[in-house]
Design a protein around this ligand. Structure first.
Ligand SMILES: Nc1ncnc2c1ncn2[C@@H]1O[C@H](COP(=O)(O)OP(=O)(O)OP(=O)(O)O)[C@@H](O)[C@H]1O
Ligand SMILES: [Mg+2]
Length: 397
């Protein structure tokens, strides 16, 4: 593997396993900070490989490949959660500094492990259970009420691996895989279907020496299981809920010893007395879609903060730069060509910030996002939505 070039001045090399859009978006702040990135990419055309000069191609599941890559870096972090525990263990055994660590990452890789750990910490979660048989599914549904939500513990993303079940029959295909090596070995995660008022996310960063910084709580809007919009901060959020939700995320980070950016996805619910409350949906230990707004909307964006955190540098100021920032995801639509739309959206709205990931267009795939900051939420939302829809090709005016 060729060596990443080091800049003079003692600057470190941060290795990122996985070459998706998250690794790609670390490059811009890395350039500013003078930090060299090196990316272990899935292919030469991976989103990050297109912009990071040192992007060896290799499998994140192959120990020798990951170890050879890691030896050229001062610290290693991740674009996704899919590096196997055995590989992480071997990296640590070989003295590689990885952030987040293997033991923390487990709770972002495995939703059953996450539920067990958070319940043990008395963090509010939906009612949940592990199930291996149709009888267990039926008993759980009868107890919490149908329909229920079923999840594959590992490997899900963008709503894949999440399904609504009205009976155990709806889960027949998954139940058939239970116990099979490499499939649903440990069973399924069942959850009550939470009657949430909306979805929130708390994003924080924590460094190995324990410094932490929190961005304001945001509202996330999902369409068909995919995040399509983020409102920062979450409009009309009860200040008490904002502070208890943030305190919960900071506590989770401390207890699990998370390093780097941690996203805690939450549901806002009404407590029995009618007051607003939260339950935790899931954890991500890396920059997260709910934090893309911060690139343009906060003093320190999540990608810069993640680099600072994994290097154990003092963290940057997470405060917003504007009363409102709205992020709208650009999902792949029918048009392959994105660039022709630039002239229109840039002319219409010089304040809109477009971020494109260099990925081929496939229907429903996240290919970019637009950030708009404003003193008026309705204005920011309309402008971000318009630019994203125009790029996607769902509107032409
Ligand atoms: N217990 C639940 N009750 C109600 N809705 C739920 C529940 N769990 C998940 N959902 C819905 O499904 C979406 C996806 O679930 P989840 O975040 O667990 O899956 P994922 O595929 O890992 O998502 P991501 O894209 O964040 O990686 C949630 O954002 C929410 O809209
Ligand atoms: Mg999720």
């Amino acid at each position: 593997m060729s060596q990443p070039k080091r800049a003079p001045g003692g600057f470190p090399v941060v290795g990122v396993v996985g070459g998706g859009q998250l690794a790609r978006m670390m490059q811009s702040p890395a350039v500013g900070l003078g930090i060299q990135l090196s990316v272990l990419a899935e292919s030469e055309l991976a989103a990050a490989a297109l912009v990071v000069p040192s992007s060896p191609v290799g499998e994140h599941t192959d120990l020798d490949t990951v170890l050879a890559f890691a030896r050229q870096c001062d610290v290693v972090t991740f674009d996704h959660e899919h590096v196997p525990q055995e590989v992480l263990e071997a990296l640590e055994a070989n003295g590689v500094a990885i952030h987040p660590t293997r033991s923390a990452l487990r709770f972002a890789q495995d939703k059953l492990a996450m539920r067990e750990r958070l319940s043990g910490l008395d963090i509010a979660c939906p009612r949940w259970q592990r199930a291996r048989t149709a009888a267990e599914v039926t008993a759980f549904g009868d107890e919490v009420g149908w329909p229920i939500i079923a999840k594959t513990p590992r490997g899900g993303y963008d709503g894949k691996g999440v399904t609504v079940a009205r009976s155990a029959d709806d889960l027949a295909e998954w139940l058939a895989l239970v116990g099979q090596p490499g499939a649903l070995e440990d069973g399924l995660l069942l959850e009550e279907k939470v009657a949430f008022t909306r979805e929130l996310a708390v994003l924080i960063a924590r460094s190995p020496s324990g410094q932490a910084a929190a961005w304001p709580v945001v509202e996330t809007v999902q369409t068909d299981g995919i995040c399509t919009e983020v409102l920062a901060p979450a409009p009309h959020l009860d200040p008490t809920l904002a502070s208890v939700a943030t305190a919960a995320a900071l506590r989770i980070a401390g207890e699990l010893d998370v390093t780097g950016v941690l996203a805690v996805e939450m549901f806002e619910v009404r407590a029995e007395d009618g007051s607003p409350a939260y339950v935790v949906n899931e954890l991500a230990m890396r920059p997260h879609n709910s934090g893309h707004w911060s690139i343009d909307g906060a003093v320190t964006g999540q990608f810069e903060q993640h680099l600072r955190a994994v290097l154990d540098l003092p963290l940057g100021d997470p405060r917003p730069r504007s009363p409102w920032t709205v992020m709208a995801n650009v999902l792949g639509g029918d048009y392959e060509e994105l660039y022709p739309a630039y002239r229109h959206i840039m002319a219409r709205d010089p304040g809109a910030k477009v971020h494109v990931y260099g990925k081929g267009v496939r229907p429903g795939r996240k290919i970019g996002h637009v950030n708009v900051s404003s003193t008026d939420l309705v204005d920011a939302r309309e402008r971000a939505r318009h630019a994203a829809d125009y790029l996607r090709g769902v509107i032409t005016e």
